[in-house]
Ligand binder design. Structure first.
Ligand code: IMP
Length: 182
């Protein structure tokens, strides 16, 4: 049913599986003896985080945060509204943040700064998708699944008006969806 709203598949289920496997291998090597906290940013991280965790052959702890950025107006770094904070203390821990997509970079940059301020030993970022054309600040994630063009995508955690997060792949929406729902 959801398929009929999709214009183009940008990352297929098979491609996602390959990407996540590769990321899991690289991350397992780097964090082998570090007992990292894998921190998912809700809600978009859910499918990606669930699949990535299964590819990590290391001891780790999981945690979640729900944040929203003060976009526009307040551009100072560290300005992030915490809707749900992570339970675990991060002081002296290695933290790897799992994101669905990095666009302007503001959200992730704010969370990185917050965790460093709280005393994390290292803070790195793994993102399934990177949209470097959307960047308004200088931010480069350490692990990138796939670099995509500046298009609005849904699926595999990403939403349009809270819908389509449960699509098993990533794609663009047909323009009529925006027109009928606005
Ligand atoms: P940033 O602070 O601009 O990097 O925003 C990143 C957040 O914006 C992501 O975690 C998503 O929630 C949302 N986002 C950015 N691009 C898209 C998109 O193409 N589709 C759906 N959500 C997006």
């Amino acid at each position: 049913m959801l398929d009929r709203d999709i214009e183009n598949v940008m990352i297929s289920e098979n491609e996602i599986a390959e990407i996540v496997k590769k990321l899991g291998k690289d991350i397992s090597e780097e964090y082998n003896d570090k007992f990292p906290i894998i921190l998912g940013l809700l809600k978009g991280c859910v499918p990606f985080m669930a699949d990535l965790l299964k590819q990590l052959d290391i001891h780790l702890e999981i945690a979640f945060m729900n944040v929203s950025s003060y976009h526009g107006g307040m551009e100072s770094t560290g300005e992030v509204k915490i809707d749900m904070d992570l339970g675990a203390p991060v002081k002296d821990r290695h933290v790897l943040i799992a994101e669905d997509i990095v666009d302007s970079g503001r959200t992730i940059q704010s969370v990185v700064e917050l965790l460093k301020y709280r005393g994390a030993k290292t803070v790195k970022v793994v993102t399934l998708m990177d949209k470097p054309d959307g960047r308004v600040i200088d931010f480069v994630p350490e692990y990138i699944g796939k670099t995509i063009p500046k298009a609005f995508v849904v699926g595999y955690g990403l939403d349009y008006q809270e819908k389509y997060r449960n699509l098993p792949y990533v794609g663009t929406l047909k323009p009529k969806i925006y027109m009928t729902e606005e």
